[in-house]
Each structure stands twice: as C-alpha cells, then as structure tokens.
Design a protein. Structure first.
Length: 195
C-alpha cells in the first residue's frame, strides 16, 4: 500500500479513490509523482498534435484530465463523487463548470478583463470547483495555459518557474495567491502566473 505524502494545500484521496491506482507496484509518493509526470508528458505530446480550440466544454475538461492521468488512475477524466476539503458539492460540478465556461466566453467576447486575467480567473475557478478526485491544480494550470495559447493567443504562464507539486516556497506563494483570489483579490495570482 502506498504511503501518501500530501503537500500543503493538497486534497487527500479517500479509500475508494486510492483503490483506483492502476500501477500496483507503486509504493512511494516519489514513484507516484514520476508516473503521473510521465503520463502528463504523454498528454502534452497529444496536445501538441491537436492544438485544441473548443476547450471551454465539459467534454474537453474531462478528456484533458483523462489524457493526463489515464495510465495512473482508473477514475481519470471522471468527475469526483465525494466531498473534499475544497470545491463545490460533487453533484454541482457539471453546473458550476458550465457556468464557468459560459463566463469565460462572455469575458472574451466582451473584453471584460485582460487576456492574462481571463486565464488566471479561469484557472482559479477550475481549482475552486475541484472537478476531479486528484490532479486539479495540474489540470487547471494546463487548461489555463491552453486557453492562453489557443484561444487568447498569448504565451502560457510560467507559474513561478517551479515545481508546484511538491512543498516549498513557490507552492506556498501559489496557494496564497489562490486564497487571495478566493477573496476577489487577483493581483497576487496575476503576478505569480507570470513570475
């Protein structure tokens, strides 16, 4: 059985979700992190060949997560069905995601915010909804980068130029910027995404 070492701000998996681990030989957090990163690298290669434009849909959000984690988790690409320490109630995920996608389309059409702020707000709301049992931050960061590049025609974010999966000062700044965004204060997040 794997011993999970959750970094600050991470959402723990419940026992049923842990049973969804596909590679049964994994016993450490480091091995799990490596398998997940290898799977994400495969997803990045897939994206490079597809250049998605219609990403503001439930089906694309699920497909992106599935591509990112399909070699690691049985539930990859499936919305969570449990309550977590963050996020909307699991039965409201589809409705909240549809509202978010509609809001982003409106912001783009009406130039409500700058391109960076649209992508940062999109990222923040995806994290806040918390679509999946795990991998939400990585999924939301990649989705925001895809929105920036393929819809808003801006470079992807740099996200502090650090590994945000492990604990450390950069992850702490990232979490603090999300907490500030929870209060409607986006300045810290806007600064962090381009640092």
């Amino acid at each position: 059985m794997i011993e999970f070492d959750y970094p600050e701000g991470a959402t723990p998996l419940n026992a049923h979700e842990v049973e969804g681990l596909l590679p049964t030989h994994i016993t450490t957090q480091a091995e799990l992190d490596r398998w997940e990163q290898d799977n994400i690298n495969e997803a990045l290669a897939w994206i490079e060949g597809h250049k998605p434009k219609a990403l503001l849909t439930e089906s694309f959000m699920k497909l992106l997560h599935q591509k990112m984690f399909c070699n690691v988790w049985k539930w990859a690409g499936k919305f969570r069905q449990s309550e977590k320490n963050i996020g909307v109630s699991w039965y409201n995920i589809s409705v909240e995601l549809k509202t978010l996608c509609d809001d982003v389309k409106y912001w783009i059409e009406n130039k409500t915010f700058s391109e960076d702020e649209i992508a940062a707000r999109f990222h923040h709301r995806l994290v806040s909804i918390h679509l999946f049992p795990n991998g939400n931050g990585r999924h939301a960061r990649l989705a925001a980068d895809l929105l920036s590049e393929n819809v808003l025609y801006k470079p992807p974010f740099t996200w502090g130029s650090a590994n945000l999966v492990r604990s450390g000062d950069d992850r702490k700044k990232y979490i603090e910027s999300l907490v500030a965004a929870d209060r409607g204060e986006y300045e810290q997040l806007l600064e962090f995404v381009r640092s």
